[in-house]
Design a binder for this molecule. Sequence first.
Ligand code: BTN
Length: 243
Amino acid sequence: MKNRLYWLNSVDSTNEELKRRLKSGSQVYDLDAVFAKYQTNGKGQRGNSWESEHASNLTFSMYLQPNNLSTSKAFSLNKVVSVLIVDYLKSLGLKKLSIKWPNDILVGEKKICGILIENSIAQSFVLESIIGIGLNVNQQLFATAAYATSIYNELKEEMTVELVGEDLLVFLNSIHHFLYRPELLNERYHELLFGLHQERSFVKNGCIEKGIIQRVNQNGELMVEFDGELLSFQQKELGFMLD
Ligand code: BTN
């Protein structure tokens, strides 16, 4: 089925807008998406805000009804969305793409895209998922310039934000296809995982320590070897040190 796309000029957060539409009983179908030119209260991971220049970038949320996805496998959603976004960016000619656990998309060591997935759960299954995506398209200057980039900054080519949105959705329409092929999905996610098998510095319990990422387990925890000991970390428990 074809996605229904809604373009708004301004909204607090497209994730919140989708939630309101669902709550009010509006008809929202699998793979529908709400886009905003500007968010007044864009949300990032870990309670951070998501800042995005007016009409320069893609900020949208897609609605998904997973089929029989148990909560223990909910992290597959993060994996599949990250992999498909990388596939799309590769198709534009971007290079040095990777996924920084859990699901930031990087070009080199600069972030180009952030993802915020919010699930509603009943009886150990993910019933509905709101997949919020912020992709930097035409923005050239960033407050944290050393850590952020955009399609424009990489390709020196201005893009029509609406077309980027429509094209990216074509890739995201394969979510269901990949979600139920865990081996393939795991292989693709790990191929793209930033820092895999490399010695890197992390912030662990407030101290900087060197460790080697071994994999991401089914629960979405990062498995890192520190001094020969394999430890698993949830999202708030470990910080990356970028160069
Ligand atoms: C992050 O990297 O911290 C996640 C950023 C997610 C931002 C997107 S923009 C569209 C959607 N609406 C929001 O309020 N947040 C997500």
